[in-house]
Ligand binder design. Structure first.
Ligand SMILES: Cc1cc2nc3c(=O)[nH]c(=O)nc-3n(C[C@H](O)[C@H](O)[C@H](O)COP(=O)(O)OP(=O)(O)OC[C@H]3O[C@@H](n4cnc5c(N)ncnc54)[C@H](O)[C@@H]3O)c2cc1C
Length: 495
């Protein structure tokens, strides 16, 4: 299509619709008009409350004041995810957002630690990790230091409903038009198959040049209209149901998400300022709905404040995220289960990608193909990271965990695991959302132990290595007791 793109229509006002509206308007300014259509009758999925650090880049680009954001969305700080019972029952580790220790050029820190462990030292990676130390002490502040080893990357937990409202207010202020109404009919061009307009129940017709399908799992435009198709990954990520239930807030607000593995899935606990988000993700082939509800309700640490809600999903992705003049964003584009809180990030990165490849002179197959290639790779890299958590386990106590251990994993992941096992090297795939620090923590946390270390770790004497490790530990430990507790921080910062 060679006509220029002047108007973008967004179908859906959930988290993905409003992030898309806010960010795209901020990037493109007055060069395009944006109209968002949402139906109050349908509502939103109402989950999706844990994020990863790039959300702070999103807030910075939007110029959002952090204190205002935390106050309005009842947000808390997230330093990582604590994985409990994943490797084996009773075992836990934190996948923190930071980097442990201090690396030498060409020799990442864990090689030095591996060598030290072969000598007298029995310390472990997390003792050198600021995110872990702050998380376990329940303390937080925005540490300002020029020394990169004192970085304390963080993200947020927030109330999904309040977040969408917050972004709606923001978007409308910068010129996004919001229209309430139920889309009943979608008009397509009879020759090109491009979407021309959305027909609402109240008789209004919304036309546009480019459509962002943020309509949730069903994908009203990308699937129901354009029949784009879906690559099913449920043989790799076998959980296909979630039960979600909010509960009363706890006395102490943890600065991390908890992910607790059970016999056929796992449970999340997300601390917010006014309540807790809880849920159980499970495989319906290994566990009945009632069993999952019972497991979740029996493992709440505070009183439920609503009935449990069942959500069905299928892991995978659309074959094309961009098809004709429709881009699928959010749940309509595919779904990777919430284990590493990646879905909201995928919305952000989809809009950044669209910003780079925006078809202002008309939709061009070169732009579409590039967009689809980048999106496919992003989904696959995250998929591999999630599969690692399930596959690399010592658990044998249920059919579910036996199946996880024995499933055939993607070659890309098998290679990564083998490489790490043999010599501790992590293949850093270009543009992977998860850096080698993340892969390292989950590999070690799930019990994959390298047999060897990089020869550069031998470049200092035993004594020098011991002194260096002791110093790093002391430096990282030093600020912890001086930091406010997470609750003190929230009270001070938001007041
Ligand atoms: C169990 C679970 C847990 C999750 N946890 C996390 C997490 O911790 N972190 C994370 O990053 N992500 C998480 N996610 C994903 C996250 O919830 C979604 O990415 C996010 O909420 C975006 O959803 P959405 O906006 O695409 O869809 P929805 O919230 O379903 O919104 C769809 C919108 O489309 C509109 N709509 C649909 N049909 C019509 C129509 N015919 N006419 C008009 N409007 C229409 C609806 O009104 C609504 O506004 C989780 C998902 C699940 C299932």
């Amino acid at each position: 299509m060679n006509s220029s793109v002047n108007k973008v229509v967004i179908l859906g006002g959930g988290t993905s619709g409003w992030i898309s509206a806010a960010l795209l308007k901020k990037i493109m300014g007055s060069t395009i008009a944006i109209e968002l259509v949402e139906s109050d009758d349908i509502g939103t999925i109402g989950v999706g409350e844990a994020t990863i650090p790039p959300i702070r880049d999103l807030n910075n680009v939007l110029g959002i004041n952090e204190a205002d954001f935390l106050r309005e969305t009842k947000a808390t700080i997230k330093l990582g995810i604590n994985f409990e019972n994943w490797k084996s029952q009773g075992h836990s580790y934190l996948h923190g957002f930071g980097a442990a220790g201090k690396s030498l050029p060409f020799c990442p820190f864990h090689h030095l630690l591996k060598r030290a462990n072969q000598l007298e030292d029995d310390s472990h990676l997390w003792q050198y990790d600021l995110n872990h130390l702050c998380a376990k002490a329940g303390r937080f502040a925005q540490i300002k230091s020029h020394d990169p080893i004192m970085n304390l990357p963080y993200a947020y937990h927030f109330d999904a409903g309040l977040y969408a409202k917050y972004l709606r207010k923001y978007s409308e202020k910068i010129g996004v038009i919001r229209t309430e109404g139920l889309v009943e009919h979608v008009e397509q061009c009879s020759t090109s198959g491009y979407i021309k307009s959305l027909h609402l129940k109240n008789g209004r017709v919304i036309s546009g040049d480019l459509f962002l399908d943020c309509s949730g799992f069903k994908g009203l435009l990308i699937q129901e209209k354009l029949r784009t198709g879906y690559e099913d990954w449920s043989h790799l990520l076998q959980c296909d149901r979630a039960i979600a239930v909010p509960s009363e807030r706890l006395e102490q607000t943890l600065p991390y998400t908890r992910s607790i593995a059970h016999t056929a899935g796992w449970q999340w606990r997300i601390p917010l300022q006014h309540r807790n988000g809880n849920g159980m993700v499970y495989s319906s082939s290994h566990c009945s709905e009632q069993q999952a509800i019972d497991t979740l309700m029996n493992n709440l640490t505070s009183k439920a404040i609503a009935d449990p809600k069942v959500i069905k999903f299928q892991t995978g992705r659309r074959y094309q995220q961009w098809n004709k003049n429709v881009l699928a964003i959010g749940l309509s584009s595919g779904f990777l289960e919430p284990l590493e809180s990646t879905s909201i990030h995928l919305v952000q990165s989809a809009i950044v990608r669209l910003g780079h490849l925006f078809p202002h002179h008309g939709i061009d197959s070169l732009l579409v193909d590039e967009y689809n290639k980048q999106s496919a790779l992003e989904f696959e890299q995250i998929r591999d990271f999630l599969v690692l958590h399930y596959h690399a386990t010592e658990r044998t106590d249920s059919d579910f965990w036996q199946d996880m251990r024995h499933m055939k994993i993607p070659d890309s992941l098998a290679l990564k695991i083998e490489m790490f096992k043999h010599n501790g090297r992590l293949t850093n795939t270009k543009n992977d959302l998860f850096t080698e620090h993340s892969w390292l923590q989950v590999m070690l946390g799930q019990g994959i132990v390298p047999q060897d270390y990089h020869p550069l770790a031998n470049s200092m004497s035993d004594e020098k290595l011991a002194v260096m490790l002791r110093k790093i530990k002391e430096i990282k430990q030093e600020p912890i007791d001086k930091l406010p507790t997470h609750d003190e921080f929230l009270a001070m910062f938001c007041s």
